[in-house]
Design a protein around this ligand. Structure first.
Ligand code: NDP
Ligand code: MG
Length: 394
């Protein structure tokens, strides 16, 4: 290659560009035009937000998953010389393009699965925000990775922290991963009060500003269950060696304990641009990403056991990992339906856990699912959950 400048530039496909992680990713990209270029921007249905981002970041291709928004996308972007496409299939095709070196998976929920699989099969590197992909099909994805040059670098702050703590260490000397949890907005609420919490209550996260779905998952603490599952697959570790601890300050992003008893922790302000920049740089340090921690912010670091009575969703990690198969895929699908219903005001907060367990009881277990089984399980579990919740009284 003779073009040295271009050779240095990492060309990035941002899936979920209009979201919380997507826009913060684009911030990092825009600050370092010498290192990064956004070659593909993709979103779900908010076409105006996507058009606006394309005007600013000038990708080669813009994709909208919702095909009803395609005409508008094309009309606005064609004059700018930006190619356009629509539909989930076009979104998955985009990751295979030759002008994509890294894929940032920042769509919500099950929608991340197929593009991630396609990226792995095309040998692209992945900055993984969409943890649901590893929840739904962690074993399958891990198998694909063994036969691909692709690397997955975590964006999730806890997993980025663990990844950082593991640098320079022998994986065989790890005794425990300690995943920290903020405890969410209901950490100090009584069970009765939690049961009737509104969407507005649940959306008020104490430490992190994130998309609506993950904010609700943080309030139920299913997010922490998902992160235990995510860690099990990302770091190929026995689930018994993964624990979660509530750390309300969100200063320690997670820790790794070694066989000699030493514990390494990664600390920082709660700012997702830190793990995003670390992932985009293939686990390297960028300058001036975020403010450092002050001594005052580090003055009081406290820890509590997660309360499984008030937050039963956290117990679903152990169940999912013990059973394996399609169990976590069912949990994820039921949760997506229940969270959407809760946000619409159709069901109570306490119904989210109930919808998951009721759905688990009705969707058949598959011990060794293949790709088609995940697709079928996801559809069936969504249908079952949608039916079940119509019988709940909000
Ligand atoms: P947001 O809701 O803020 O953004 C979601 C993005 O995905 C939007 O661009 C949205 O498009 C797009 N999208 C939604 N549905 C689809 C679909 N079916 N097909 C294609 N695109 C779709 O979410 P977050 O940024 O908060 O979260 C993204 C992922 O990152 C989640 O998996 C979450 O768990 C994970 N994560 C997020 C963190 C955070 O701080 N936000 C922290 C750790 C992990 P549109 O705007 O058009 O709807
Ligand atoms: Mg996290």
């Amino acid at each position: 290659m003779h073009d040295d400048t271009d050779h240095q530039i990492s060309r990035i496909a941002v899936l979920g560009a209009t979201g919380s992680i997507g826009t913060q990713t684009l911030d990092i990209i825009a600050r370092r035009p010498d290192r990064y270029r956004a070659s593909v921007l993709a979103a779900g249905s908010r076409v105006d937000a996507l058009i606006e981002l394309c005007r600013r970041h000038r990708p080669a291709l813009a994709v909208i998953a919702d095909t009803t928004q395609y005409q508008r996308l094309r009309q606005e972007l064609e004059p700018l010389g930006i190619a356009t496409a629509a539909g989930p299939e076009a979104l998955a095709d985009a990751v295979e393009r030759p002008d994509v070196d890294m894929v940032v998976t920042a769509t919500v929920g099950y929608s991340g699965l197929v593009p991630t699989i396609r990226a792995i099969n095309a040998g692209k590197d992945i900055a993984l925000a969409n943890k649901e992909t590893l929840v739904v099909a962690g074993e399958y994805i891990t198998r694909l990775l063994r036969n691909s040059p692709s690397r997955i670098i975590p964006v999730d702050s806890e997993h980025s922290a663990i990844y950082q703590c593991l640098q320079g260490e022998d994986p065989d000397t790890v005794s425990r991963l300690i995943i920290t949890a903020s405890g969410g907005p209901f950490r100090s609420w009584s069970a009765d009060r939690i049961a009737t919490a509104t969407a507005a209550d649940a959306l008020r996260h104490p430490n992190w500003s994130m998309g609506a779905k993950i904010t609700i998952d943080s309030a139920t603490m299913l997010n922490k269950a998902f992160e235990i599952i995510e860690a099990r697959w990302l770091f190929d570790i026995d689930p018994q060696r993964i624990t979660a601890v509530v750390h309300p300050q969100s200063v320690i992003h997670s820790m790794v304990e070694y066989v000699d008893g030493a514990i390494k922790a990664q600390l920082g302000v709660p700012d997702m641009r830190l793990p995003i920049a670390y992932a985009l740089g293939y686990a390297s340090r960028a300058t001036n990403v975020s403010a450092g921690l002050t001594m005052a912010q580090m003055a009081q670091l406290t820890f509590e056991e997660p309360d499984t009575e008030r937050f039963p969703c956290i117990t679903l990690a152990r169940k999912a990992l013990a059973e394996g198969g399609n169990t976590a895929c069912i949990i994820n699908a039921a949760n997506e339906i229940a969270v959407a219903a809760f946000l619409r005001g159709d069901i109570a907060f306490g119904h989210i856990y109930r919808a998951i367990t009721d759905t688990l009881a009705r969707v058949p277990f598959i011990a060794a699912p293949g790709f088609d089984d995940y697709v079928a399980t996801n559809s069936e579990a969504r249908a079952v959950a949608a039916d079940i919740i119509t019988h709940y009284k909000a």
